[in-house]
Design a protein around this ligand. Structure first.
Ligand code: MN
Length: 245
């Protein structure tokens, strides 16, 4: 099995190292990841500057680009063979509900999916890497699960509570929940007296009922949400056609 691994926290992040170590125990892995933290970069591609690929001593490739750049360049410029799977993460922090749209972790997996390759994004629910070893074991478990039954290619978004492996409950299939709108931007002043802004924290969960990713992880379960890329609002399409008729 050949697996391409990327992330959005950068190639030095503990999460991608733990993931690579687990997957290397049974697969041929190649790691291609951003040279710095590009969290929140969504699906952006870098079109306004050249991108450089550097091979680190441990064999990981780093690129001065986004997660999508990394998977794009790996698939079209680095790898000599098409991987069987693209895996992203393990991210520091959850990618659930509406936040998945901003996620660079999910974006790296989405880029693989857009190239027709089954892809999985892994995130830990809380920051600071508690029980990262357990999350990496869960990632290995999921990659080794027989997912042949799914439509190909698939795109899976996995969120793992920060718990010891023995304390994790079931792995459950979920839908994305929804959040309230984000908290307001945070105003401050730089050392030169100019006003500056920091993007504020995400909103609280609004739709976190049973069956959602929020509900599953709050109950100690590993959440897997199958994603798709088609954003078309089908019901609205009919109304729009009627409006324009
Ligand atoms: Mn991140």
């Amino acid at each position: 099995m050949k697996i391409l691994i990327s992330n959005d926290d950068g190639y030095l992040a503990p999460g991608i190292n733990a993931l690579a170590e687990q997957l290397a125990s049974f697969a041929d892995i190649v790691v291609v990841a951003p040279d710095s933290n590009r969290s929140g970069s969504s699906n952006s591609l870098t079109l306004d500057k050249p991108l450089r690929v550097v091979r680190a001593q441990n064999g990981f490739y780093s690129i001065n680009g986004t997660p999508s750049d990394c998977v794009h360049i790996a698939l079209t410029g680095i790898l000599t063979e098409r991987p069987d799977l693209v895996v992203s993460g393990i991210n520091q922090g959850q990618n659930m509900g509406d936040d998945t749209l901003y996620s660079g972790t999910v974006a790296a997996a989405t880029e693989g999916y857009l190239f027709g390759i089954p892809s999985i994004a892994f995130s830990q629910v809380d920051h600071r890497w508690a029980h990262l070893d357990a999350a990496a074991r869960v990632a290995k478990d999921i990659v080794l699960r027989r997912l042949d039954n799914l439509h190909k290619p698939f795109l899976l978004n996995v969120n793992i509570p920060n718990l010891p492996y023995e304390n994790l409950q079931r792995i459950v299939a979920t839908r994305l929940g929804k959040r309230h709108e984000s908290e307001p931007v945070i105003r401050s002043v730089d050392p030169h007296g100019n006003e500056i802004f920091w993007i504020g924290p995400v909103g609280k969960a609004k739709e976190a009922s049973e069956g959602t990713d929020f509900h599953a992880t709050a109950n100690g379960c590993v959440s897997i949400t199958p994603l798709q890329v088609d954003l078309t609002h089908v019901a609205q399409l009919d109304r729009l056609r009627q409006t324009l008729a």
